[in-house]
Each structure stands twice: as structure tokens, then as C-alpha cells.
Design a protein around this ligand. Sequence first.
Ligand code: NAD
Length: 363
Amino acid sequence: MQHRITLIPGDGIGYEVSLAATRCIEAAGVNIKWDNVLAGSDALDKTGELLPESALDSIRKNKVALKGPITTPIGTGFRSVNVAIRHALDLYACLRPAKSYTGVKSRFKDIDLVIVRENSEDLYAGIEYEEGRPETKDLIEKIEKDTKKSIRADSGITIKPISKFASERIIRFAFEYALKNKRKKVTCVHKANIMKFTDGLFLKVARQVAGEFAGKIIFDEAIVDNMCMQLVQKPHNYDVLVLPNLYGDIISDLCAGLIGGLGIAPGANIGSDMAVFEAVHGSAPKYKGKNKVNPAAMILSGALMLRYIGENKAADNLEEAVKQVIAEGKSVTYDLKADPLDPTAVGTSQMADAIINKLREKA
Ligand code: NAD
């Protein structure tokens, strides 16, 4: 069966890691017709738009996309193309597995965590009031009148909306994911002791949804600052974490650090009927065009994509091939060597070649 999938190579290191990923995915034996679309700085140069509607339309049509990282432009009205794609397509669940791989230097072994981050609300909703503007002054006046609390007149304000609707769907997603993937525990991470009406609501909904899964999935809750310490000290105590948007962003980088870095941290943004798969890392502009960075995070995002489209065998084979190449430690990029200056480190495309060879040996 042929799958039609949107490919957004992104910018910065995006082209290199996307090419490595598509080559490996095809070598896993899956028949894919890629619809190549531009977004990011190249799209801006060619079309005058950072996120052309045609890119979103392609994802709406194909329902699945593989996306390279995109640089967040500085000094344009756009906050982030990545966030804009998630919002435009209502990809409300961000799934980020953090798994140890033998051969990667890291503080811990055998970590197997899954982060489920809410993707649509919280401080990432993009509702901001710039310091000094008339509407900001109006808002400050209203807040002072309603709350009897004072806000300095020279403040900027970012709004943090958290709804029952979005909390329930992400928490349900986390529990259903846990059930489907034979996980044992879901931990709700929050700061409800301080933000009673936003994180407090998230936690209240989590407790309600957890009740429906009682006896099947253990429910646990943790305040985000304590969670950071617990993860750094005892990461094996955790399984699936469900978090509002901002904490999810921060904790997923922390977990990438626990397993040995961004080079092996894959991700997915999932909505009710479509999904975009992308690595946790960004566009690392300083490495652009150098054939230097690790393609594994993007390839493992491709493996998540293969599972999403039902190509489980190919996904297993692809993940196994990545695992073997990393474990052997020969044909790996600089970040997976004990010494990042090790001259035997290979480039992005050579690591992809080694993964393809493993897949061919198995075929
Ligand atoms: P980054 O993830 O791009 O890079 C930080 C550092 O991590 C790099 O300098 C490099 O040392 C290391 N690194 C990242 N990816 C690697 C890889 N595949 N292999 C080996 N090492 C790797 O983060 P940044 O520098 O903060 O962000 C650069 C740009 O990317 C910014 O504009 C940011 O907004 C954007 N960004 C995009 C996404 C996305 O597209 N989803 C995600 C995060 C950041």
C-alpha cells in the first residue's frame, strides 16, 4: 500500500535530517509518496510567507506529515511557525518519548518515559499585551479594578488560558495512550498550589479522568518544581507524564538531557484526525549544511509516524536499526562519541547509511 505523506524539510539542519529520515524510512520497506512543501525561512524567501496556506492544506489533505525543525524568526509578527502549525491544525497532543539507548553517554540507563504535553493553550496561546500600548494599559486598569492588586504600569502581559475542554482531552489522551501501550502510571504535573484557577483546573480534571481508569492505570500527581528534582534523582519512578504546555516543553528537554541529548529525542504532534511528526530539537543554525548533526531524533520521529499509519513492523525494524548503530558506536555523529572532537565521528548522511545497511541486512 502506498502512503501519501507531507514532508516539510524545515530550515537550518532541517534538510539534512529530513533527507536522512526519508531515506531510512524508505529503506524500512514502506512505500511513501512524499508531498514536499516549504515552511520557514526558505518559504519566506520563495513565497513571501513563513507558513504558506498550501503547506497546511497539504497536511489537511494527507493527514500525516514529517517535519524538520524550523527557525523561529526574530523581529517578525510570527511567534513560531512550529506553534502556528500546531494551532492551525489543532494538534493538541504533543507526544515525546524519552528512552535510553545503549551506547549513548548519559547519567542513567534504562529510562523509558513518555511526555504528553498539551499543545494548544497555556502561555503558548499567543495572547500577549506589549508594554506601553493603550490596550495593555486598559487591561492593567481592569485587572487592578477586579482584583484589587496592582501591576506596574510598565509591564508586558502574557495570558495563560487553561480550559476544562482542552485539559480533559489531553488527560484522556494520556490515559488512553498508557492503556494502549501497556504503561502502568500517569503522573499529572502542575503548579496548582500557586495557579489555582488554571493549573488547579488541569489537576481537578486529571483527578476526574483518572477515576475512569482506576484499577487499570495508576494515577499520580506532582508539582512541577518537585518533578524536576525527582526526574533528575529518580527518573525510573515515572512512566507517562501529562503536563500543560509550558511545563511540557521544559520537562521534555530535561528528559532529553536524561537520556543523553536532543540528538535522540523524537516527537509527534497529534490531533483528532491528523498528526505531524518532528524531533524535539530545533534547527541548530550553526550546523546548517555541515553534514554534522545526529539524524536519529528525526529518524525515530519517522518510526513514530510509521506506527501512526499502521506500519508497525517497519517501525520496529527502523527503531532496531537505529538502536544497533548507536550501540555499536562506530558510525555515529559527534554528539554520540565519548569525546565530541573524536575524529572518527561520521556525518549525518553516513550515520543514515549505516542505519540503512542494518535494515538491508535484516531484509
Ligand atoms: P536547537 O535544538 O536547534 O540546538 C541547540 C543545540 O543542541 C545545538 O547547537 C546542538 O549543539 C544541539 N543539537 C540540536 N539538535 C541536534 C542534533 N540533531 N544532533 C546533535 N546536536 C544537536 O535549539 P536552539 O539553538 O535553541 O534553537 C535554534 C532554532 O530552532 C530557534 O529558532 C528555535 O526557535 C528553533 N526551534 C525549533 C523547533 C521546531 O522546529 N520544532 C524546536 C526547538 C527550537
